[in-house]
Ligand binder design. Sequence first.
Ligand code: C2E
Ligand code: MG
Ligand code: MG
Ligand code: MG
Length: 281
Amino acid sequence: QAKKDGRGVYRVYDESMQAETASGWSIEQELTIALLDDQFHLMYQPIVALQGMAIQGFEALIRWQHPERGLIAPDHFIPIAEQSRLIIRIDHYVLRKALRQAAFWFAAGQRFYLSVNVCGATLSEPGFVTWLDELFQQYGIPCSCLALELTERSLIENISQAKDSLRQLRQRGIRILLDDFGTGYSSLSYLSEFRLDVLKIDRSFISNMTDDATDHPIVNTIIALAKGLQLSVVAEGIETKAQQQVLQRLGCDYGQGYWFARPLSAEQAMDWLKAARADLQ
Ligand code: C2E
Ligand code: MG
Ligand code: MG
Ligand code: MG
């Protein structure tokens, strides 16, 4: 949606970036420099099994450490990058960084996956799957170390190419997660058309679950829908113990949110994991 609402997005950007804009750099130029200058890093947020609490994976989330403006969240630059082919370069950059980290963790004996957000343009780019194959080879890790998160919007923008890539990715054992489920084009037909593994219930539905209600019809229905399609379900944005308990009761498979952990640096993620595993014993 942000794509169509370009003006609104730019306004957000302008508020924090007025000075540079005045000096003549376009946002695209700044992002290009940032890529060359390695100004981005990844944070990792755990995805936890709600029964048994085992760690399933970590979602990789990009951050921009701007030399003058400080830390910039992805909502302030990803929608802008999506308006041009810059998003493809950013997605490649993130995948390289994520797989390097995955290789490090894999070598240390960890067996969870890293879940990376990619946009439809990246997925539909000819040669994407071959490019990924080469990365896996370079890092010497199995494809099961990676999961990809796509939004409904980005999948339908290039249906036939996206379908083809998804098929090849899943053949390799790369899990496909449908991100922000329930907020996009609410056409359900492509849910069975696309081969997916996991639905991520958008966090707006989770934060709308009030503590006093006993039934949660929307969340309940999304979980039932996922089960009917033989997909597993992740609830995003779990912030309270009450939400975790309700989701457990409703049969949601996995959870992610500040209640478990905020997005963490790679080092913090390992500390968190050690503490979580010690807790389980
Ligand atoms: P997303 O993929 O839906 O990621 C989840 C967002 O929710 C993250 O925001 C995360 O920090 C936030 N979050 C997690 N748990 C909670 C919670 O309990 N409460 C609240 N209020 N928020 C929570 P973040 O990191 O700012 O990312 C925003 C969006 O930017 C992501 O939404 C994703 O669409 C996009 N994005 C992030 N990293 C990348 C990337 O590497 N590539 C691409 N193409 N997009 C990315
Ligand atoms: Mg995501
Ligand atoms: Mg999401
Ligand atoms: Mg989102």
